[in-house]
Write a protein that binds this ligand. Structure first.
Ligand SMILES: Cc1cc2nc3c(=O)[nH]c(=O)nc-3n(C[C@H](O)[C@H](O)[C@H](O)COP(=O)(O)OP(=O)(O)OC[C@H]3O[C@@H](n4cnc5c(N)ncnc54)[C@H](O)[C@@H]3O)c2cc1C
Ligand code: FES
Length: 288
């Protein structure tokens, strides 16, 4: 048994294409259950090196689903009880470079070094604003991944939730059927191949125009320009908002400062420990 946050080897149980992305599942026997917004640092056990044999650093991936597994066993000759069989962790991934390309190639039965869950998590609407009874989730591209687990948690807690998702084009989209099939979502695409022809922020703007500013909190994850637009829209209207941000991460637990982003009033946030979820009023323009 490893310590909860110890680096451990997990087996890949399933992989498949999900639109233009890949979805893969790992069986994590020893780690704690992650909270929505948290991430893992992942490195495949084999073929995780450059052509000169230098190993890649692990890559950060948000957990998209976490499903407790149970394994029935006979505890005594009389009783049969269930013990935890660990977790199935699902990740949605877009191959954009050597690390993510290798993770996209994973096959069932392969092993992956896993460290996590790391970072903080999303808050409940009422923790962000006393009047916010509901949630609006806004996802862009591969940034929809952490919103899947958040939507499931809000459903379990009876938080009324509306979901807006946007994609650049067909090849840069996916995860809908696998992660969002059970809920009503509104879609947008830059090229018009699905849903509203335009940005997902157009949908958010229309939705906020019909809402009381304080009635819902907004939760967003996506490309920097999208997060800038969502953050500015919410700040202007006084709507509570949390953003799940990204920056290149080397360690994932606060040691290297590789992930530092400036705060508006001075100083830095280390996104791996102070984030990845930050309140929109704690950060300025992300993509200056
Ligand atoms: C908290 C967190 C959660 C993430 N969740 C997911 C996820 O669920 N699914 C997914 O596919 N990806 C996710 N990412 C992004 C993923 O970690 C990067 O795409 C990956 O590290 C790129 O590695 P690479 O070797 O494939 O490409 P590289 O060659 O390392 O990078 C390709 C390009 O992307 C830039 N880049 C790399 N990493 C980042 C980053 N983190 N932020 C901004 N630019 C970057 C590089 O500068 C380079 O231009 C997440 C990142 C963070 C920090
Ligand atoms: S990734 Fe090392 S300090 Fe954040």
């Amino acid at each position: 048994m490893t310590t909860p946050f110890g680096r451990r080897l997990c087996k890949v149980s399933e992989t498949r294409a999900s639109g233009g992305y890949r979805l893969f599942s790992l069986i994590d026997r020893d780690g704690p259950e992650p909270l929505p917004g948290q991430f893992y640092m992942l490195a495949s056990e084999r073929h995780w090196e450059q052509s000169d044999q230098r190993p890649f650093l692990p890559r950060a991936l948000s957990v998209a689903e976490a499903t407790p597994l149970t394994s029935p066993f006979v505890a005594s000759s009389e009783t049969k009880r269930e013990v935890s069989g660990g977790l199935r962790l699902d990740f949605l991934i877009e191959g954009i470079g050597p690390g993510t390309d290798r993770l996209c190639e994973l096959e069932p039965g392969e092993s992956v070094w896993v460290n996590g869950p790391l970072g903080n998590s999303f808050s409940l609407p009422r923790e962000l604003s006393p009047d916010a009874a509901g949630a609006i989730l806004v996802g862009g591209g591969i940034g929809i991944a952490p919103l899947a687990l958040l939507r499931r948690e809000f459903a379990a807690k009876n938080v009324p939730t509306r979901v807006l998702l946007g994609f650049r084009d067909k090849t840069h989209s996916g995860g809908l059927d696998d992660l969002f099939s059970c809920c009503e979502i509104r879609l947008a695409s830059d090229d018009g191949h699905i849903g509203h022809h335009g940005y997902v922020t157009d949908l958010l703007e229309a939705m906020l125009a019909g809402d009381d500013a304080s009635s819902a909190a907004v939760y967003a994850c996506g490309p920097p320009q999208m997060l800038d637009a969502v953050g500015a829209m919410c700040r202007d209207r006084g709507v509570a908002c949390e953003l799940a941000m990204e920056s290149p991460m080397a360690c994932g637990y606060g040691a290297c400062f590789g992930c530092a982003v400036p705060k508006p009033g001075g100083g830095y946030l280390r996104l791996c420990v102070d984030g990845p979820v930050v309140r929109a009023d704690q950060v300025g323009a992300i993509h200056a």
